[in-house]
Design a protein around this ligand. Structure first.
Ligand code: A2P
Length: 311
């Protein structure tokens, strides 16, 4: 299995990246440093995670120590909710580039269908209506300028994706969504594959141990466990490998060196077809329902509104 996928821009995206969401300040820089030293070549960032400055310092150290060169890494980030107005989109990427100490991104995504007034606190009652065609037009200009070498979206339902594809001059290169054996995104994957859009899977481990998700972890599903036992791998490695074999890149989060390395060991083995087919029997439970976007006076009255019923 190749260690990268080709995007519709012609560029390659490393199939494994480090996720940096909700990573405690003071730990994310070390995690990025450890991951790149272990061989990771993709780092997935966002201003919403409030840690880009610390990641920037880690990247600087990696470059100064000649562990890697800038062009060896694939770095993505996302548009902040308060920068959706077309005239504010350039400032969105510029702030991120300054914090990460970079002069271009390999990928810039609209973080979510969530928009606030510029400078407003990002709470559900402050959300305002989106204008995706206008925001996307400004993202396309960033792509034209080379500051963002690929553009895409995150947390878009199939419906939103279809609406975007209908108006886009530059087809999104990537759709980043929650995806793992316990939330397989079958419909979105078929849509994206038919249009040449690559899926990047966030929370590819299903957020084990997250206080925000109380449901059963698919990592303890008997099918995942039996595949892991047969292949002498861990359930986490099996989950990540499943993602690669489904054609998506995966960006697991970890700040633990042992698990960062464990998650990297997914390239020189594979899940045979007869075992891959068993994954369709795993119950589907979305771990990030995003209840925090709902407010009785806000844009989204229910989580179904936010996900267009695809939940
Ligand atoms: P830790 O940082 O202690 O390793 P996801 O990427 O699906 O959102 O999951 C992130 C969570 O999964 C983190 O809490 C991380 O904890 C944990 N995690 C990362 N790698 C593994 C692994 N190989 N096995 C079990 N848990 C893991």
């Amino acid at each position: 299995m190749a260690d990268s996928f080709v995007l519709n821009t012609g560029a390659r995206i490393p199939s494994l990246g480090l996720g940096t969401a909700k990573t405690e300040p003071g730990t994310v820089g070390e995690a990025v440093y450890t991951a790149v030293k272990a061989g990771y070549r993709q780092i997935d960032c966002a201003p919403a995670y409030r840690n880009e400055k610390e990641i920037g310092l880690a990247l600087k150290k990696l470059f100064e120590e000649s562990v890697v060169k800038r062009e060896d890494l694939f770095i993505s980030s996302k548009l902040w909710s308060g920068n959706h107005a077309p005239e504010d989109v350039p400032e969105g990427i510029d702030t991120t580039l300054e914090d990460l100490q970079l002069d271009y991104l390999d990928l810039f995504l609209i973080h979510a269908p969530v928009r606030t007034e510029k400078g407003a606190v990002r709470t559900a009652e402050n959300y305002i209506s989106l204008d995706v065609p206008a925001t996307w037009g400004a993202m396309e200009k960033l792509y034209d300028s080379g500051k963002a070498r690929a553009i895409g979206v995150s947390n878009f339902s199939c419906k939103r994706m279809e609406d975007l594809l209908a108006i886009a001059r530059v087809t999104p290169a990537v759709s980043q969504v929650e995806s793992h054996p316990g939330w397989q995104q079958t419909k979105l994957r078929a849509l994206c594959q038919s249009k040449g859009v690559h899926i990047s899977a966030y929370s590819p481990l299903g957020r084990p141990g997250s206080p925000a998700f109380k449901g059963p972890s698919f990592l303890s599903n008997p099918i995942v466990i039996s595949v892991a036992e047969k292949l002498q791998k861990t359930p986490a490695q099996v989950a990540l490998r499943w993602g690669l074999q489904m054609g998506q890149s995966v960006v697991p989060k970890s700040t633990n060196e042992t698990r960062i390395k464990e998650n990297f060991d997914i390239f020189d083995w594979s899940i045979p077809e007869d075992l891959m087919s068993k994954f369709s029997e795993i119950p589907q439970i979305k771990t990030l329902r995003a209840e925090f976007v709902v407010h009785p006076q806000g844009l989204y009255k229910t989580v179904e509104d936010f996900w267009d019923g695809e939940i």
